[in-house]
Write a protein that binds this ligand. Structure first.
Ligand SMILES: Cc1cc2nc3c(=O)[nH]c(=O)nc-3n(C[C@H](O)[C@H](O)[C@H](O)COP(=O)(O)OP(=O)(O)OC[C@H]3O[C@@H](n4cnc5c(N)ncnc54)[C@H](O)[C@@H]3O)c2cc1C
Ligand code: SF4
Ligand code: SF4
Length: 1015
């Protein structure tokens, strides 16, 4: 290690040596570094380079090389820290991509050893079959890593029961600055069990001496609250303890003392299923705050707050609406969700009852008015309990869904005060906010006095940066006055370290520096965090630093809901707050490409950050239309999952259209792009010779040629051209029947006309009169294929033809139905964003998937008979993104005796033309293999496979050899079976009624005032 660590200079030797040593993925280009320049804080610090080591040995090797090159290192997990501890002018070591395995699991003694990059949810998924979990249940469990949690001493919602990460880490094997590897764990307080030859011995001795010396200061200045995560854990080194665990000094040290190689964890039995939750409603916020200290006496495992503003925001988010509607009564100022999790039979119900009594004793009832209005809604069903946990965990994201230029900013976000002061503290801090012309939304861990609050500020403005400092200083003075902790959950980073002196006093801050210097005298590990930090309001470190601005850019879609350049495009891109929800590895759909590659480049966050840096000129000229940008977006399959699942609604599928359009405008369209995009234009001509086109998959060598010439993978069959569907001249069905329009999309028309026939048969059987408009020149097309290549003008023309053709029907309020999810959803999504006309809006409100119409309007009218016992359903991404799956299920449930099981799948991987590309087929197949294809392979031979997307069916066929059917085909078959059965005098055909979407939503019974239940 040289005397001065290089922080700013690019170090070519470092990159060269890391590559030569093959330590893993080495990334030094500006785009990649930019993606690691932010975490979930408001800072942006460009790293010197990034390495994702393949093994722990590689990681240690990379750190050793960095040290020799005079470069500091910052370890990184999910990058979800809120205080800037994960960004630095260093070499970033990304542990999340490869270092994510369980190394040892000892079920009997409830412990395991893991690599630092394993994600908490991933770990818990693997532990579940053994009845165990790591119980530090933080909100970012789907992407936070154990290495990051350990370094931040993270705290879960149930910390009242389980403690913080510190209480659940048994030992840490770490690489130290001098290159030695040491095991930090439980030792005799006199260190007698550490061999004299161990490099740990002198270090431990010095640390204990420091602990002894500072014991009085620690006793005096360390806040006596459970949620104290600021500074180094000097309290763990104090004399007189029966137990000494040296790992505790590393816990909470934010990667500044060493690099964790292996972490040994204490595990707990999974929580029983008898849990109960009481949703305590309050007519005043202060009332909720005052009640918290009494509620904890009942022994809950969590008490979580959601305030009025948060409830309002959650009500506006589609995926949370059913939960809010099921649980929330009236118009509360605040709700405390109180959870009981005892094992004994009946105990949780008893405590829930006691809670209702307590709230009543405190003077609350649902039949009162004003501040004493309130009471308890009992939540007993596990499904609804899980849904509440989801809303609560998404608290911050719900807040961040504000579209304005000002955003809730995290810096006094997790102060913790003793419960008896909670009401006064929140009152006074609210007054501080209004004094500075802002406001905050309160939520989270009332049980431990650690409430989250973020005042709304626009950090582009100097005046708001000044307000941030003033608020921080006043807030921390309050916290100090109440003997609380200024850092109660998220750690120090840049945000809190500066204030250690106010909180702990000068003496302890010097002691923290001595700890750092004893471990790492030359600042190899994450320098300037915890100790010797920069000013927290240093504007050069902010994501929106002085001079930050985007030049005007041409955009094509409607971004008017957002502020900024590109008619709001900038504001839409800036909605990404880096919280990392898109890095989830399971559940939901977002983000399928990341689930395969685990690269920051291939996740919604990485893409949004790249776009932000590009449009603000931080990646060089023309970055927006560059090949690097195209690479960044290449694996985005436009599944639209982020639009629904990203808590702040980052809509990458739409953003990708803008980039493709900008590139197309520069003439960057490949032969394959044209082949795919212009399909609707040439299909009417070439479909006259279907046999000729189908030769590609019959004559050896042609597939190879198509790969060489047009980039279509030779491993992929192409859709088979068929005799195209032709609309009859007159409408189909009885003259006085219910009128509908059926839109025949390009894919159904040329490749699967039987689906259109089936849909017609079903609609006819239900007595509908079906209009099939077709202009004289050529068939209609929604324009989807053009959008997929960025040919926005062509897409606009196609969409306009549809609008014109449907206008006479839309005017008469006749619904427009269609079969292909991506086409139908574009009528609701992209087309109104592309063509801002009344016609487009009207069509959007009447465009329905065929299944939606069946489920909503025709359920009882269909003469259906059994066709099988089991069906396995794969939903198209756009059906999921636009909440159509309930309707698909409802339509299928109409078929008598058919049990339908949805597959928990993300994107099928085919995604239009994506799966055909020679350069994308591997990722496409891997996406399919994540869950869809294995589930289909496992299905019994007589199980019916259902998939409404053309490309999903293709992927299933290619990947498993099984044929999947559109719902329309199943319904048509079922009708046919009914007709046949009737003709041979079979037992009468059943017509089942539709199960309302969301039928599993809990029923809510109002009980006596002050108490309600939701199962
Ligand atoms: C929306 C949101 C909600 C949150 N909710 C909670 C919550 O409920 N409770 C809570 O406690 N926190 C919460 N956080 C903060 C954050 O998610 C946690 O601190 C989390 O544990 C960080 O994990 P990570 O993998 O993202 O770590 P990162 O942010 O990547 O890193 C965190 C620190 O760990 C260090 N580090 C990483 N790997 C190693 C290693 N191998 N060796 C040494 N140091 C290492 C890094 O250098 C850094 O200092 C939340 C954040 C967000 C954005
Ligand atoms: S894209 Fe959305 S989910 Fe992903 S980090 Fe950004 S805000 Fe979070
Ligand atoms: S559209 Fe799908 S693939 Fe693209 S970023 Fe969003 S979730 Fe990921």
């Amino acid at each position: 290690m040289s005397e001065t660590v290089v922080h700013e200079t690019v170090v070519p030797g470092l990159e060269r040596r890391l590559r030569a040593q093959r330590v893993g993925d080495v990334m030094f280009d500006r785009f990649a570094r930019g993606r690691y320049a932010t975490d979930a804080s408001h800072y942006q610090v460009m790293p010197l380079g990034v390495v994702a080591p393949r093994t722990i040995e590689n990681a240690n090797q990379a750190i050793a090389i960095a040290k020799e090159e005079g470069v500091s290192v910052t370890a990184r997990g999910g990058g979800t820290s809120q205080c800037g501890q994960t960004v630095n002018t260093t070499l970033v070591v990304d542990c999340s991509k490869y270092l994510n395995k369980i190394l040892e699991l000892d079920v009997a003694s409830r412990r395991c050893v893991v690599e630092p990059g394993i994600v908490l949810d991933d770990l818990n998924r693997q532990l579940k079959p053994h009845g165990l979990w790591f119980p530090v249940d933080i909100s970012t469990a789907s992407r936070a890593t154990i290495g990051g949690m350990t370094a931040n001493n993270s705290c879960g919602a149930r910390s009242l029961r389980y403690g913080n990460t510190r209480e659940n880490v048994l030992s840490v094997d770490a690489m130290l600055a001098d290159g030695t590897l040491a095991h930090f764990g439980q030792v005799n307080p006199d260190l007698s069990d550490i061999p004299d030859t161990s490099p740990l011995k002198p270090l431990a001795r010095d640390l204990l001496a420091l602990g002894a010396r500072e014991a009085d200061a620690v006793t005096e200045r360390f806040p006596q609250v459970q949620r104290r995560v600021g500074g180094y854990n000097l309290d763990s080194l104090m004399p007189g303890r029966n137990e000494l665990n040296l790992a505790h000094i590393l816990v909470g040290s934010e990667g500044t003392l060493g690099f964790s190689n292996r972490i040994e964890l204490k595990l707990s039995p999974v929580l029983g299923s008898r849990r109960t939750i009481g949703a305590c409603h309050f007519g005043s916020f202060r009332g909720a705050m005052e009640a918290a200290q009494h509620i904890v006496q009942l022994g809950p495992i969590a008490v979580e707050l959601i305030d009025r503003t948060m409830l309002g925001l959650a009500r506006g988010i589609e995926m949370f609406q059913p939960t809010i509607a099921s649980v929330v009564r009236g118009d509360p100022e605040a709700i405390l969700f109180v959870e009981f999790g005892e094992d004994e039979e009946g105990e949780n119900l008893r405590r829930l009852f006691a809670l209702s009594e307590l709230i009543g004793t405190l003077g609350y009832a649902f039949d009162k008015r004003g501040p004493q209005w309130g009471g308890v809604v009992e939540v007993l069903g596990p499904k609804l309990q899980a849904a509440i946990a989801e809303v609560r965990a998404a608290g911050l994201n719900v807040m961040m869904s504000m579209k304005s230029a000002g955003k809730p900013v995290s810096f006094v976000e997790d102060c913790a005060v003793p419960l008896e002061h909670l009401a006064d503290y929140t009152d006074r801090l609210t007054a501080v906010f209004s004094k500075h012309g802002t406001r905050g939304t309160w939520y989270a861990h009332a049980s431990v006095g650690c409430l989250h609050v973020r005042p709304v500020l626009n950090l582009r403005l100097e005046k708001d940066v000044k307000a941030m400092r003033a608020i921080a200083e006043e807030a921390f003075a309050l916290v100090r006055q109440y003997k609380g902790s200024h850092s109660g959950e998220h750690g120090d980073g840049i945000v809190r370290s500066e204030f250690h002196e106010v909180m702990f006093g000068e003496r302890l801050v010097r002691a923290f520096e001595q700890v750092k210097d004893r471990f790492d005298p030359k600042g190899l590990f994450n320098p300037g965090r915890v100790v010797r930090a920069p000013k927290f309001d240093d504007r050069s470190l902010l994501r929106y630093a002085p001079g930050y601005h985007a030049d005007e850019l041409t955009t094509h879609l409607d971004w008017r809901a957002y502020p900024g350049a590109g008619r709001g495009f900038q504001g839409a891109v800036e909605m990404c707050n880096n919280n990392g929800a898109c890095r989830a590895l399971a559940g939901g759909v977002m983000c399928p490409s990341y689930r395969v590659t685990r690269e920051e480049r291939d996740v919604t966050r990485g893409r949004a950050n790249t776009l932000r840096l590009a449009i603000t000129g931080q990646l060089g000229p023309d970055a927006f239309v560059s090949d690097e940008m195209a690479e960044t977006l290449k694996l985005c399959v436009s599944c639209k999952a982020c639009r629904r699942e990203c808590p702040t609604g980052v809509d990458m599928a739409r953003m990708k259209i803008e980039v493709l359009a900008a590139r197309a405008a520069r003439g960057v369209l490949s032969g394959r792009d044209r082949f795919v995009g212009y399909l609707p234009r040439y299909a009417p001509v070439v479909s006259r010779l279907p046999w000729l086109l189908n030769l590609r998959d019959q004559i050896p060598g042609l597939a190879w040629l198509s790969e060489r010439v047009a980039g279509f993978s030779k491993r992929r069959s192409l859709p088979r051209w068929r005799r195209p569907f032709r609309e009859p001249k007159a409408p189909v069905g009885p003259e006085n029947g219910r009128e509908v329009v059926l839109f025949v999309d390009t894919f159904s028309r040329y490749f699967e006309p039987e689906n259109v026939e089936a849909a017609l048969a079903v609609l006819e059987a239900a007595g509908c009169r079906v209009h099939l408009p077709r202009p004289d020149d050529r068939p209609l097309c929604c324009g989807r294929t053009f959008l997929s290549i960025g040919a926005v003008e062509e897409a606009r023309q196609e969409a306009q033809r549809c609008l014109d053709a449907f206008a006479p029907f839309v005017e008469r309020d006749i619904p427009v139905l269609g079969l292909e999810p991506s086409c139908m959803i574009s009528f609701r999504d992209e087309i109104p964003a592309l063509i801002r006309s009344q016609d487009a809006r009207e069509l959007a409100s009447r465009a329905l998937m065929f299944e939606e119409f069946i489920a909503k309007e025709l359920g009882g009218a269909l003469p259906l008979a059994p066709i099988g016992k089991q069906a396995l359903l794969h939903g198209h991404c756009h059906q999921k993104a636009f909440a159509v799956m309930d309707s698909v299920m409802a339509a299928l449930k109409l078929i008598p005796e058919l049990a339908v099981e949805p597959i928990e799948s993300s994107c099928c991987g085919m995604a239009g033309a994506f799966g055909y590309g020679a350069d994308t087929i591997d990722v496409s197949l891997k996406m399919g293999e994540l869950s869809l294809l294995p589930a289909v392979r496992k299905a019994a031979p007589d199980t019916i496979i259902v998939a409404d997307g053309t490309s999903c069916r293709h992927q299933i066929k290619d990947g498993t050899g099984r044929e999947a059917l559109h719902v329309a085909r199943l319904l048509a078959k079922s009708i046919k079976a009914g007709v046949k059965a009737a003709s041979v005098n079979a037992p009468s055909v059943n017509a089942l009624s539709v199960n309302a979407p969301g039928a599993d939503a809990p029923s809510v019974n109002a009980a006596q005032s002050g108490q309600m239940s939701a199962n």
